[in-house]
Design a protein around this ligand. Structure first.
Ligand code: CP
Length: 311
């Protein structure tokens, strides 16, 4: 593996999941692999799980870890040819090359603006690091994708599935703030690469990018979609057509114990209780959100291991 910025960077998903599960059993087996190597993690946005699990994964492999909250550093300019006489002090061309001198792998978290659809779709922050850094890049959630989360989710479903081809439902939920489409996008892409029966349910008008959903069935009736589900992944995303807007806050889309039936409940976290999902679900044995969060470590570890082996 040369980088992990999108799910397409995984050449053999089932092997990668197996390897992650083995790492989970023996997390320190490769603790010499990353010796004298450094992971630099750059955060343009907040994080709890990604930050701590990726750091833990790197340390399990013997790596040094440096973390920079980018807002504490010089303001970075991303436009090519810009006259930098305003707020930005440093261009990505220098910043990425300089950071590459301190890092063997750079991991980046950079959310979308949710105001400029075209610019967000261009993934200008992530792609600038890919372009100007001289070391491999890992995506810790970008404008349109969260592939580390999706790999953790794939590991979780593989571990917990009781049938050969589980029915997996991605269900939209209400949220008071506009959220990115990244988690939903990557979850859909990941499930399309797995032996699962995937269905998406959301209110009319909340369609994700058709280039991502492809032929995946989409229902606007949540109850119909949830029938016989084995796993229900609940996630809010803001409107994609009326880009970044909240056009629906219907509380009837909140996940409840009654709607969940016998399915396992999944969410990437953080989650707003009694807005996205009711307490009874999160507090029940059907919730696997803590398993998902635990698997973030082994998703990151298997990715870092595969990159380290190719340095
Ligand atoms: N799920 C996830 O990426 O969590 P954080 O935003 O806390 O990293």
């Amino acid at each position: 593996m040369k980088k992990y910025t999108e799910i397409k960077d995984i050449s053999n998903l089932s092997e990668m999941i197996k390897e992650a599960i083995l790492l989970k059993m023996q997390p320190l087996e490769f603790s010499e692999l990353g010796k004298h190597k450094t992971l630099v993690m750059l955060f343009f946005n907040s994080s709890l799980r990604t930050r701590l699990s990726t750091e833990k994964a790197a340390r399990n492999l013997g790596m040094h870890v440096s973390i920079l909250n980018v807002n504490d550093a010089w303001n970075i300019e991303f436009e090519d040819g810009s006259i930098m006489n305003a707020g930005s002090s440093e261009h990505i061309k220098e910043a990425a090359q300089v950071i590459s001198q301190y890092a063997d792998i750079i991991a980046v978290r950079a959310f979308p603006s949710l105001t400029d659809k075209e610019k967000d779709a261009s993934e200008f922050i992530l792609n600038s690091f890919i372009k100007y850094a001289t070391v491999p890049i890992v995506n810790m959630e970008s404008a349109t994708a969260h592939p580390l989360q999706a790999l953790a989710d794939a590991i979780t479903i593989t571990e917990l599935s009781e049938t050969r081809k589980p029915k997996v439902v991605l269900s939209w939920a209400p949220h008071p703030k506009p959220l990115p489409q990244a988690v939903a996008n990557s979850f859909v892409e990941m499930m399309q690469n797995m032996e699962v029966d995937l269905t998406i349910t959301h209110p009319e008008g909340y369609e994700l990018d058709a280039n991502i959903t492809k032929n995946t069935p989409i229902h606007h009736n949540q109850e119909d979609a949830l029938k016989d589900a084995d796993f229900v992944y609940v996630k809010n995303w803001s409107n994609y057509k009326a880009y970044g807007q909240i056009l629906n806050e219907d509380p009837n889309w909140m996940m409840t114990q009654e709607k969940l039936g016998k399915a396992k409940f999944m969410h990437c976290l953080p989650v707003r209780r009694n807005v996205v999902v009711e307490d009874a679900v999160l507090d029940s044995g059907q919730s696997v959100v803590i398993n998902q969060a635990n698997n973030r470590t082994f998703a990151a570890q298997v990715v870092l291991k595969n990159i380290l082996e190719n340095l």
